[in-house]
Design a protein around this ligand. Structure first.
Ligand code: SF4
Length: 391
């Protein structure tokens, strides 16, 4: 883009082109902007909630969660007063559960520190749990029309192509340039519409695999398109290899109740309820009969306490504190697979029936089918619960 004179600060977008660029973006938005549930008003609460939900999640996945959540918690005060378990239950299935915990904490902080009003300035917004630079910029511009810059996945790709950014887009130097670009282009009026337009252009026109350059409102300012490099940008370093992992979950059942454990703050899915679960070496699962997943009558029904060499030691250790009265048996089992970050997990689920209901430690409970509905479960915990009650 334009060459800066030595006496001026180095810019990444030429000043003389900014006005026409902004106009093209806003004209496009007036004709093509998406109608989304959180865009029907400039309510900062709805905007904040939607932005937190949209982190790492698609619009299509968020819409039903947003509708449900905002119907039950329509404002900051209601959210702050809602029990955390209920908030987690409303969030269940969206993933990245620290977002829900931070949202709840932030609502309480807004009530105590900001008189129940969501702050307008970037610094105050970023002082709240779960609000980083992007979310602060989105709330400040969408809700309050402040000229705040934004960089998220769609705008990152759009800016990178407009600049023909040559380096890994995640590098510190690239991020700095992207934020500088965003700061330089944001207008002082209609900043909210402008930023939403950039996100829409990124998601609908400047798409990852097949950018629609012929229909693009900013084609004339795009270096990647003029150089023919739009399919190579944004550049990224190769991803870390996927690591296979094995886990066992044990659903201990006594009559019509199953033993659940609340996951601790330092674990993944902190605060959610789950079945007893731990990572095991793949060999641990070799005692399971093959090709009978889900069967109610597996070929073998090893007694949990017979110390048979067929039943792995790790599983004895996992269940011993809760199964003091033998015998318990593996009643049925199944397997799921799921992916989390760079792990591909093979999860074996065993339902073990016991004949006494032992007293459980804190953070454990006996849950009936009717309790499953109210308790927030980890995503795979919900799959297990559904399998237990429907198979
Ligand atoms: Fe993206 Fe093509 Fe538009 Fe450039 S011209 S911003 S590559 S859609």
């Amino acid at each position: 883009m334009g060459k800066a004179r030595s006496s001026e600060p180095v810019t990444v977008f030429p000043k003389e082109a900014r006005s026409a660029f902004r106009k093209a973006i806003l004209n496009w938005y007036d004709r093509n902007g998406r109608q989304l549930p959180w865009r029907v008003s400039a309510d900062p609460y709805r905007i904040w909630l939607s932005e937190i939900m949209l982190q790492q999640t698609t619009v299509a996945a968020v819409v039903p969660y947003f509708e449900r959540f905002s119907a039950e918690c329509p404002d900051v005060a209601t959210l702050a007063a809602t029990p955390l378990d209920r908030v987690m239950r409303l969030w269940e299935g969206l993933g990245y559960y620290s977002r829900a915990r931070n949202l709840h904490r932030a609502a309480q902080a807004i009530m105590t520190e900001f008189g129940g009003q969501i702050p307008e300035d970037l610094e105050s917004l970023q002082s709240l749990p779960g609000i980083g630079r992007y979310t602060a910029g989105a709330v400040a511009s969408f809700a309050f029309n402040r000229p705040a810059p934004i960089v998220e996945a769609n705008t990152e790709r759009l800016y990178a192509r407009l600049m023909a950014l040559p380096e890994d887009v995640r590098s510190t130097a690239s991020q700095k340039r992207l934020w500088q670009f965003a700061e330089e282009i944001v207008p002082s009026s209609r900043a909210g519409d402008f930023n939403q337009a950039l996100m829409d252009i990124g998601s609908q026109v400047c798409t990852p695999a097949t950018p629609l350059c012929d229909d693009c409102p900013v084609r004339r300012w795009c270096r990647a398109a003029s150089e023919g490099t739009q399919h190579e940008i944004p550049r990224r370093k190769a991803r870390t290899a996927i690591t296979p992992v094995c886990e066992v979950a044990i659903a201990i059942r006594y009559k019509d109740s199953w033993c659940l454990r609340r996951r601790s703050p330092e674990e993944r899915w902190a605060g959610m309820w789950d079945f007893l679960r731990q990572e095991v070496p793949e060999t641990t699962l070799s005692f399971l009969p093959s090709a009978q997943s889900g069967s109610k009558a597996p070929r073998k029904q090893p007694a949990l306490f017979d110390h048979s060499p067929e039943f792995p030691r790790e599983l004895h250790e996992m269940t011993q504190p809760y199964l003091i009265h033998p015998p318990g048996t593996v009643n049925r089992w199944t397997e799921f697979s799921y992916s989390v970050t760079r792990y591909k997990v093979r999860l074996a689920v065993l339902e073990c029936v016991v004949d006494r209901r032992v007293k459980l430690p804190d953070n454990f409970c006996w849950a009936k089918v009717s309790d499953f509905e109210a308790l927030p479960l980890s995503m795979t915990g919900r799959r297990i619960a559904n399998w237990l009650v429907t198979e």
